[in-house]
Every structure is written in C-alpha cells, then in structure tokens.
Design a protein around this ligand. Structure first.
Ligand SMILES: CC(C)(COP(=O)(O)OP(=O)(O)OC[C@H]1O[C@@H](n2cnc3c(N)ncnc32)[C@H](O)[C@@H]1OP(=O)(O)O)[C@@H](O)C(=O)NCCC(=O)NCCS
Length: 219
C-alpha cells in the first residue's frame, strides 16, 4: 500500500493503477532448482579472484546496512530481508571475499535439514519444502551493487553449495522468482536445474496468500 501511495505522489498513474490491481489479485511464480553434488562441476570463475568464508560480525556494516547513501529502494528492501534472516540466526551465512581488496563481495545462506524447524517458522508457510535428510537449502544470495556483473554469483554459489557435503547432503536446492533473470543465469552456471515450481496466489491487499508446489515440466 505504501508503494502505491508513493507512486501516486510521484504522478506515476499507470504504475499506480498496476500496483492497485496487484493488491486485489497477484500471482508470483518461483522455480525450485536443484544441484546434485555427485555430478562433477567445474566451478565457473568470477572476473575477480574470490574466496569463501563464513560471515563475520565485521561484515554487518558492509553487507547489511540498508541506509547506505544512494541505495535504491529495491536494494534497501533486499538488504532488510537479509538482515532479518541474519537476526533469525539460521546458520550458515557464507561470504565471498574480493581477494584483491579483502572486501566482502557476495553472501548467501546454506541451511541443512537440522534447521528445518527454524526455516519453517521464519519463512512464510510453504515457502520452502521441508528438507529431506540429504538436502540443503541455499537462499538469499546478494551481490552488492558495485560488484554486480563480475560473475561472482555463479562462482561463489558453486563453491558454497559444495559445503553441503559437510552437512551430509547430496542435493542442494534453491528458489528463484521466474523473472529474476540474473539469478536464474547464475544458478544455471553453478550447476542448478529446475525441478519444482512454487506458485503463490495473493488476494485482497495480500491478506490471503495461497501457495502450492508442482513438479517442473520442460516448456
Ligand atoms: C542476482 C544477483 C545475486 C546476481 O549477482 P552477480 O554477482 O552480479 O551475478 P553475475 O555477474 O554472475 O550475473 C548473473 C548473470 O545475469 C546476467 N545479468 C545481469 N543483469 C541482467 C539483466 N538485467 N538482465 C538479464 N541478465 C542479466 C549477467 O550477464 C550474468 O549472465 P552471464 O553469466 O550468462 O553473462 C544480483 O543481481 C543481486 O544481488 N540481486 C538482488 C538480490 C537477488 O535477486 N538475489 C537472488 C535471489 S534468488
């Protein structure tokens, strides 16, 4: 609703009308993608050298500050969502570090089946399937704007997914909105292929939300 009012104030009437329609009925579709760690993959290389490590408290002001000057509204929302994930303390958040400067340049959570209870209570109902014993979930990837377009997502995601072996998992799954082209491309390069479709129907100011999973079918 706040966004609709902002659009109205900015006299963006067509966007305002679309937003209002979306508040009455909207459908969001995400693809569930999976990687089988037993299938060998040569991890793609980013344009800059990176290494992976666990998130450290010193990363907080660099990666999770939604009030950085000049940040677009969409990015603020992305960072706010990830800050909430950080506060929910569901391990483990991994960070890719730019080896030329030592700065964190990407982060993402890898969660194993021992976190099922926390995952199901933190995320909306039926947002993710309950993880099987041999399945881990990779979520909330984020590359700070200044680092985008360097192929960091695919390189980092390929390496982070492999940490699932330490959790006793063979499969790693992730979910991406079907219109998030950069993320879908990054997932494909890091060895993930679609296997599930999550459809969310939203009605009446998003007060009613219905979600379902279906098997992914080519085409
Ligand atoms: C998705 C995201 C992590 C990608 O980060 P990145 O490190 O810049 O990724 P890459 O540089 O590897 O780019 C990914 C691919 O998308 C392509 N791409 C980038 N912007 C694009 C756009 N607007 N349209 C189409 N393709 C685009 C890139 O060319 C690249 O494809 P290629 O490797 O085949 O050339 C980053 O955009 C981001 O943080 N977005 C906001 C949060 C988000 O959407 N997270 C994912 C949630 S599932």
């Amino acid at each position: 609703m706040n966004v609709a009012l902002e659009l109205l104030a900015e006299r963006r009437y067509a966007d305002f009308a679309r937003r209002c329609m979306g508040l009455i009925y909207d459908q969001r579709v995400a693809l569930g993608l999976r990687r089988d760690l037993e299938i060998p993959l040569i991890a793609p290389k980013a344009k800059i050298p990176i290494r992976i490590r666990a998130f450290e408290e010193s990363d907080l002001p660099v990666l999770l500050d939604e009030n950085q000057p000049g940040l677009a509204r969409k990015e603020m929302v992305e960072i706010r969502t990830r800050r909430a994930h950080h506060e929910a303390a569901i391990p483990t958040c991994y960070v890719a570090v730019d080896e030329t400067t030592g700065s964190p340049c990407y982060f993402q959570w890898l969660m194993g089946p021992s976190q099922n209870a926390k995952i199901q209570s933190f995320f909306p109902a039926q947002w993710f399937p309950v993880l099987q014993e041999n399945e881990a979930l990779l979520e909330n990837a984020y590359t700070p704007v200044a680092y985008r377009g360097n192929g960091i997502m695919s390189a980092a995601m390929a390496l982070i997914a492999e940490r699932a072996v330490d959790l006793g998992c063979r499969y790693v799954i992730t979910f991406v909105e079907r219109d998030n082209v950069p993320s879908l491309r990054g997932c494909r390069k890091s060895g993930f292929s679609p296997y599930l479709v999550r459809t969310e129907n939203r009605f009446l100011l998003n007060l009613v939300k219905r979600r379902r999973f279906e098997e992914f079918r080519e085409g």
